[in-house]
Design a protein around this ligand. Structure first.
Ligand code: ADP
Ligand code: NG1
Ligand code: MG
Length: 466
């Protein structure tokens, strides 16, 4: 990375009267016997549309939510990184900033501190000066983003750790740079994600969703219709994405679909990493890409042998060119279904943004709702990343919601429903009565943390205590 330009968008403020700040400060002082120098706050996000396409190079439309990760931090006077968490399930951890490894052998899912270390590693790797002596830190962490539930608790933790590392090491990055650094470094956790979560964490603005495009990263504000209200609901089933190979298998299936189509079309298939690369090479529209999928791929699953034959490579070469370690054991791949979802979902994002750009129109909300509904159908049927409890939530919500879909990676986690100012409170009550109170998995948790109205929040923030 070239020398970082002066940081223009890191705001240092001292508005820290919230009870969470005070409690976190107390934990910090009790644990480390000194005062924190900074607080770093990074929000979670809800993706409104554009699911499982960021890692294919296609744009997405998320907004930041109010829930966040908050870290109190100060530099350590040796090379140690020492971490503590307000949640006693997340045990204290310490290591040496010069020698740590992110993942411990055999620990699945990864420990919570591994996400912190991803952020640290990202910043350390981006330092331009070879002579920089890394500075360790003491950090107390608290968070209220539901864990492993598609609202991006993982990236909020990675991004806040990266910010903390940059601060104590006195290195300046712009938020755009940090978004790119963290998108890359979160992959050390083992999942091959796109850059949506880290981009919205750093670049969100209160009051609007963002249209996020990749390669290179660009963001544009999306002004949602004034009557649009979004309701998030938890399916009561969580999944840590780094604990299974499902996520990486989808990434691999999309890559293989692109490479096989490229080969059939006489392109240099090894250069095709993402489905968006293929579209650029073929110079076709998204609708035409759908036709290409139907013409060139078959619906029944591809065996590994068939993929090797199609690309004229050995299994070993395939593993090297197209598969990551977590999916080497996978024997069959659904290429038709995954590629079709990606091109259609990318088309829905374009339509969603266009409707929002056109401003308040009589049927704008209905159209947005239909796109969200279609997105979910595709995720459930073509992408196979829904969960029976997500589907049940969506069925219950359909009485009042204009549209409802799973958000984030899926296989559990949360739904996001589009409602209006008038219908949102009734939708929340309906979900409480018809989903949570009738579900044996609901064990008296706080209903207001399981189902809530949300609005577009702001991106990360740094608070200087001095
Ligand atoms: P998500 O959809 O929320 O991003 P992931 O499966 O990607 O879910 O990551 C969830 C993991 O992130 C958790 O299992 C935990 O290890 C880590 N994490 C998230 N929030 C916190 C927190 N407040 N404290 C400690 N670890 C956290
Ligand atoms: P969650 O569910 O928040 O872990 C993941 C990816 C995103 C994106 C979505 C699906 C990471 C860090 N996040 O989100 O990039 O691919 O799934 O749209 O890998
Ligand atoms: Mg995550």
């Amino acid at each position: 990375m070239s020398p970082p330009p002066p940081s223009t968008n890191i705001s240092l403020t001292s508005d820290m009267k919230e009870i969470r700040f005070i409690e976190l400060q107390k934990l910090f002082v009790d644990k480390f016997k000194c005062e924190p120098k900074y607080f770093v706050r990074v929000p979670g996000r809800v993706n409104l549309i554009g699911e499982h396409i960021d890692y294919c190079g296609y744009s997405v439309c998320p907004m930041a939510i109010q829930q966040d990760i908050l870290i109190a931090v100060c530099e350590s006077n040796n090379f140690s990184i020492s971490l503590t968490n307000t949640d006693p399930n997340h045990k204290d951890f310490s290591c040496d900033i010069r020698t740590f490894s992110i993942l411990e052998e055999g620990s699945s899912p990864p420990g919570w501190y591994s996400y912190v270390l991803c952020g640290v590693r990202g910043v350390l790797e981006s330092l331009t000066s070879e002579n920089h002596i890394p500075v360790g830190f003491l950090a107390a962490v608290t968070g209220n983003i539901p864990l492993a539930s598609g609202l991006s608790s993982s990236s909020a933790l990675v991004c806040s750790a990266a910010l903390a590392t940059a601060l104590v090491n006195k290195v300046q990055f712009t938020f755009d740079q940090l978004a790119v650094v963290c998108a890359q470094s979160e992959r050390y956790i083992g999942t091959q994600g796109g850059g949506m979560d880290q981009a919205i964490a750093f670049l969100a603005t209160a009051g609007s969703a963002k249209h996020i495009e990749f390669d290179p990263l660009r963001t544009t504000e999306i002004q949602l219709p004034s009557d649009a209200v979004f309701v998030i609901a938890h399916s009561l089933h969580s999944l840590n994405k780094a604990a299974t190979s499902d996520f990486n298998q989808r990434v691999a299936e999309c890559r293989l679909a692109g490479q096989i189509i490229a080969k059939k079309k006489g392109l240099t298939w090894r250069k095709i990493n993402k489905l968006a690369d293929l579209q650029v090479s073929l110079k076709l529209t998204l609708a035409e890409m759908e036709d290409i999928v139907a013409e060139t791929l078959h619906e029944h699953p591809y065996t590994k042998e068939e993929v090797c034959q199609a690309l004229e490579v050995t299994e070993q070469e395939l593993e090297h060119s197209s598969l990551n370690p977590k999916v080497k054991h996978v024997k069959t791949f659904k290429l038709f279904q995954r590629a079709l979802h990606v091109f259609q979902e990318a088309g829905r994002v374009d339509k969603f943004c266009k409707i929002c750009e056109e401003g308040d129109r009589s049927n704008a909300l209905e159209q947005l709702g239909q796109l969200m509904q279609a997105s979910h159908q595709s995720l459930a049927k073509l992408y196979e990343c829904s969960h029976p409890q997500l589907d049940q939530l969506i069925e219950v919500a359909s009485k009042y919601a204009l549209g409802c879909r799973l958000t984030g990676a899926g296989w559990g986690g949360c739904t996001v429903s589009l409602a209006t100012k008038a219908t949102a409170p009734a939708l929340v009550d309906l979900l409480k009565e018809e989903f949570y109170l009738k579900n044996p998995m609901y064990k008296g948790q706080d209903l207001n943390t399981l189902v809530f109205i949300t609005k577009p929040g702001s991106g990360c923030r740094i608070y200087d205590t001095e």
